[in-house]
Design a protein. Structure first.
Length: 71
């Protein structure tokens, strides 16, 4: 029987397949149950993120005055 007092959820973000494999092996070795979501990101969303990252690298950003946002 599990002790639910210590249950929690972790969301991890491995950066490559090697990290993902290592995390899976670790959890299996310690008998930690886990679920893997294999749904790919929406292609349109991914494309927008790539454009935004490139714009940030090129310094094409917009500064927002937070005091103005809340008016």
């Amino acid at each position: 029987m599990r002790n639910f007092e210590y249950m929690g959820t972790l969301i991890v973000h491995p950066e490559n397949k090697e990290q993902l494999s290592a995390l899976k092996a670790f959890m299996k070795a310690f008998n930690i149950s886990f679920e893997e979501n294999k749904q790919p990101y929406n292609a349109e969303f991914t494309a927008k993120m790539k454009v935004s990252k490139q714009q940030a690298k090129e310094g094409k950003t917009v500064k927002v005055n937070l005091d103005e946002v809340w008016k």
